[in-house]
Write a protein that binds this ligand. Structure first.
Ligand SMILES: [Zn+2]
Length: 254
């Protein structure tokens, strides 16, 4: 038995897999379901699922208070302020390297978080998040839960953003794991998954667990219809460009 999900065109701009960069601006500025990324930092917000998963990763690696959130969700106004202050204090070269233009920042999605090692002085734009110790444990564990290190050194040409060891993005599991295993940036993964359509799905297998099917559905101009098997867990995310990524969890004894 199948059920049909009906999606309006604007849903392309919603979901965990939004690609927001210099080429694709944020289209949907909704600040719904934001909660503190950490109860000790009530002003640093993320989307609810992303915030819960962030805490899971920190618990898993027993981070205690050694890792702190530095910057989470930003409104358009806040991104403008950060851009302008950085331009004034750091100049244009630095700002273009490390601060995204307003409406081109992942922080406006509520899915991104800058993390810092808990030190006496924490740099707001470039917090310390080294490739050793507890920070690196976070980095290694994050894709098992749904987070990726978003701006890698060897992907600067593709992401258009300088290496940012402190910036993590929630994309959801197993997308994070597929990106890690294949060394994909979100830009590359967005392209990669478009080759998998309803009649040729990408299969992500886990030992002794459910099989996960992933495929891309191009958005239609009015509404897009997606058929999903009854009684299974699924997620649908827009890619912020031209379509939807469908993720279906199937029991292996199906
Ligand atoms: Zn950031």
């Amino acid at each position: 038995m199948m059920k049909t999900i009906e999606l309006k065109k604007e849903k392309v701009y919603c979901g965990n897999l939004l690609l927001v960069n210099a080429e694709y601006p944020l289209k949907n500025n909704n600040a719904e379901s934001l909660i503190p990324a950490d109860i000790c930092f009530p002003d640093i917000l993320m989307k609810r699922d992303a915030a819960y998963v962030l805490q899971l990763v920190l618990e898993k690696i027993c981070a205690g208070n050694s890792i702190v959130p530095v910057s989470g969700y930003r409104s358009l106004d806040e991104q403008f302020d950060i851009w302008n202050v950085s331009l004034r204090d750091n100049g244009e070269d630095f700002t273009r390297k490390y601060v995204a233009l307003p409406n081109h920042s992942e922080h406006q999605t509520g899915l991104a978080i800058d993390l810092g090692l808990n030190e006496k002085e924490i740099d707001f734009i470039r917090p310390d998040f080294p490739y050793v110790g507890i920070c690196n444990e976070f980095r290694k564990a994050a894709p098992d839960y749904g987070f990726i290190e978003r701006y890698a050194k060897d992907k600067e040409e593709i992401t258009g953003i300088s290496h940012e060891p402190w910036h993590f993005r929630y994309v959801g599991y197993p997308h994070s794991k597929i990106m890690q295993e294949n060394g994909f940036s979100l830009e590359e993964y967005t392209q990669f998954i478009k080759a998998y359509l309803e009649d040729k799905k990408y299969l992500f297998e886990q030992a002794h667990k459910a099989e996960i099917e992933i495929y891309y559905v191009p958005a239609k101009d009015d509404k897009t219809l997606i058929k999903i098997p009854e009684n299974c867990v699924y997620q649908i995310s827009g890619n912020n460009i031209d379509g939807f990524v469908v993720t279906i969890w199937r029991k292996t004894d199906d």
